[in-house]
Design a protein around this ligand. Structure first.
Ligand code: URA
Length: 473
């Protein structure tokens, strides 16, 4: 009987080394006992395994390596033995792996699926809390309890996704750290760390409240997407009992309040309708902002993380209006903090603009999910119309002397003219509420250009910003 003790880290490499050597001597699966270190970093040790490779060549296809790699993360103590059994079988029967009726293959495929699902859940459900730090990089920590030994496999995703911060994820079987761009693995903490609460909890709660659709409460589907075992470490799940209790009342309220997007041809008719009197009309900018936070005037609130309200100097003579929040803005709840915002802020500095109110025509991020990405979508006219309610309120309270419209959506929201910008950029038009609107390029448009075209569009936006600065001094 041979005994192989696998380490808690780099388990896959250690298993492959031992399995290849055993299989090269055609040592039967029944003759090998596999054990796995459950926590810590102990060294890979094995009792008298054959010191050298045996006479038989051992081959493994990529599909087999992928399957055994996933299976080895499974928490079933039998996982390394089953993977070895498959490796041996593969030496004389290549078809076993692709035979869905084979009981061993079936079992391993189920294990693989469960591991992949656990990795997916870890990617989705790790909730970082910010830690105090004196360094330049922000620092975060999270506690997560996976079902299988997946921490090492799942870590790469976080290194890519959160490359600009230092972070640590502690799990019951190991701790992953990411410091100054370097990924490291260490032993599990003795006990679950006590992490501070932070503002991101509120963000998750807002996000969850926004994606929770009371009209589609399907508790079993919810539990399958977000299994109950993960709930205790998810800040947003604390809202579930209350949201379920309120679901019926919210559905009734939604029915009463639900807006319908007008078909595009109806837009002009809608423009002509007199403004409807509204109860609870906000009387201050803060009241308007608070009301906008729970806006459901169109469907964009369903998928966006939160309403992104304007910000800046509320006594500013200049208002700059963009299209809608992007991915970063949606997550941070602030306008122009992503790549387009970086360009805009750089140009504003060059133009020496300091007092400004920055906002968007549409207050929710519209996107199409593509894998892990959220691809920007232009808001349609109906969405712009619905959101004009908030823009009008913002304009009433900020009362800018001049508004700079960035891009066609902002120009349409402010002037009602949906026409192309080619002949309008750099010109002043009249806003529907009366004030002057200077039309310019949107910084995202400039970011999509290259070479001379990008240079020229950039200097046009700078010229418009300088023009706006002169008028509003
Ligand atoms: N683009 C916009 O129009 N607004 C933002 O806030 C960010 C990107």
């Amino acid at each position: 009987m041979y005994r192989v003790h696998l380490p808690g880290r780099s388990t896959n490499a250690a298993w492959r080394d031992a399995a290849r050597r055993l299989a090269s001597h055609r040592i039967l699966a029944e003759k090998v006992e596999w054990t796995r270190e459950l926590a810590g970093t102990g060294l890979f040790g094995f009792d008298p395994l054959p010191a050298n490779d045996g006479a038989y060549e051992v081959t493994a296809s990529k599909a087999l390596i992928d399957l055994t790699g996933a299976v080895l993360c499974h928490s079933d103590p039998q996982a390394p033995a089953l993977a070895y059994r498959l490796l041996l079988r593969h030496q004389y029967d290549r078809r076993a792996l692709s035979n869905p009726a084979d009981p061993l293959t079936q079992r391993l495929r189920r294990m693989e699926k469960s591991v992949r699902r656990d990795i997916h859940k870890m990617h989705a459900f790790v909730r970082f809390r910010e830690l105090p730090t004196e360094g330049l990089r922000r620092s975060f920590a999270a506690w997560f309890e996976p079902q299988h030994f997946i921490t090492e496999r799942a870590a790469g995703f976080f290194a890519v996704r959160f490359a600009d911060m230092d972070w640590l994820i502690a799990t019951p079987d190991m701790t992953v750290t990411f410091r100054d761009g370097v990924l490291g693995f260490g032993p599990a903490p003795q006990q679950r760390p006590d992490l501070p609460d932070d503002a991101s909890e509120a963000l998750w709660a807002t996000y969850f409240r926004n994606i929770f659709n009371p009209a589609r409460v399907k508790i079993s589907a919810m539990k399958s997407e977000m299994p109950v075992k993960y709930w205790k470490n998810l800040p947003e799940t604390r809202l579930i009992p209350q949201m379920l209790a309120e679901a019926d009342a919210r559905v009734a309220a939604m029915r009463a309040a639900m807006p319908t997007d007008p078909p595009q041809r109806a837009t002009r008719i809608l423009d002509k309708l007199p403004a409807m009197p509204v109860a609870n009309m906000p009387e201050t900018l803060d009241q308007a902002r608070d009301a906008a936070m729970s806006c459901t005037r169109c469907d964009l609130c369903q998928a966006a993380t939160q309403t992104v309200w304007g910000e800046g100097d509320l006594n500013a003579a200049l208002m700059i209006v963009g299209e809608q929040p992007g991915d970063q803005e949606d997550l941070q709840g602030r306008p122009f903090v992503g790549p387009a915002g970086t360009l805009l802020r750089e140009l504003m500095e060059e133009a020496e603009i300091s007092a400004v109110w920055l906002t968007n025509a549409v207050k929710h991020f519209k996107f199409k999910p593509r894998g892990k990405l959220r691809l920007h979508q232009n808001p349609n006219r109906g969405e712009v119309q619905h959101c004009r309610w908030w823009l009008d309120l913002e304009r009433r309270f900020v009362a800018p002397r001049l508004t700079l419209a960035l891009g066609a959506t902002a120009a349409y929201a402010l002037t009602g003219n949906p026409g192309p910008l080619q002949n309008r950029r750099g010109q002043s038009e009249q806003a529907m509420d009366g004030g002057p609107v200077l039309i310019s390029w949107h910084p995202s448009y400039i970011l999509r250009l290259s070479g001379k075209e990008a240079q020229s569009a950039r200097s046009m936006l700078l010229q418009d910003l300088r023009h706006a600065a002169r008028i509003t001094i």
